[in-house]
Design a protein around this ligand. Structure first.
Ligand code: GLP
Length: 248
């Protein structure tokens, strides 16, 4: 694993955006796996600025969302379809016709998971997967305990994940209880992975990963088995929290 330590979130976002920019420049038909949430937002912002400044053509890039909430319509403010539209397609003035996102409103969620898995296969898989990590080590919405063999599936979100995401909604009760997520085995098929982690609340997950162990209770640790991972991590996400040091 290539570990890049940075001072803060701003530096993480700039470094991340440069990696994305270079990859798209090298392969204008890149299939880009996109994470949502707070962590990659700055990376997308810097990428958009650089793409507009340097007039890079993103019209042939395909984006593959990692996950989507069950029960939210595309145009819901907190849907992940809307997230990727607002963070990439809208500011770049691109039609979202290459934005692949699971349909969280599907009446047959199992069939939707199979369809999405096929769609990724038909795109010839993900070239570069951007990932954030949950406080409990989840990647996508693959919560602790998820099989490393999993493909796209429906998940019941843990209370801690719903609490962490409540900041994006008016009330915690509005956070959906389920989501569709690309599975761990699908993530592992990506040709390369860019993992971003910032903030002390991520330090336990980062430490689990950097310990080198592979532990189903910390889904992010599966990345120790992937041949091409770059981790950009802020100093505060590397430091052990006070609770940890008090324990010693
Ligand atoms: C979210 C998303 C993940 C994201 C993670 C961390 O719920 N489903 O794709 O990486 O949890 O989120 P954040 O970056 O907001 O801390």
């Amino acid at each position: 694993m290539n570990v890049i330590t940075v001072n803060d979130e701003q530096e993480m976002s700039v470094r991340g955006s440069l990696i994305l920019f270079d990859e798209i420049k090298r392969n204008p038909e890149l299939v880009l796996g996109v994470a949502t949430g707070g962590t990659p937002a700055g990376t997308y912002e810097h990428l958009v600025d650089k793409v507009l400044n340097e007039k890079l053509d993103l019209s042939k890039v395909t984006t593959v969302n990692l996950d989507e909430y069950v029960g939210l319509a595309r145009d819901h403010e907190e849907s992940y379809w809307r997230y990727i539209y607002e963070h990439l397609y809208e500011p770049l003035n691109l039609l979202p016709d290459r934005a692949l996102v699971p349909d969280g409103l599907s009446e047959d969620l199992q069939a939707e998971c199979l369809r999405y898995e096929k769609v990724i296969e038909q795109a010839d898989g993900v070239d570069l997967q951007i990932l954030g990590v949950g406080r409990n080590g989840h990647i996508g919405f693959n919560e602790p305990g998820t099989s490393f063999e999993s493909k796209t599936h429906v998940v019941d979100l843990t209370e801690s994940t719903r609490e962490a995401n409540a900041r994006f909604f008016e009330r915690k009760e509005e956070v959906p209880t389920q989501a569709i997520t690309v599975g761990i085995s699908t993530i592992m098929k990506s040709r390369s992975i860019l993992l971003l982690a910032s903030g002390p609340e991520k330090s336990e997950a980062v430490h689990a990963l950097l310990s080198g162990r592979i532990d189903q209770n910390w889904p992010v640790t599966v990345l120790n088995e992937h041949p091409s991972v770059t981790l950009i991590v802020t100093k505060d996400a590397l430091e052990k929290g006070e609770e940890d040091s008090n324990d010693q």
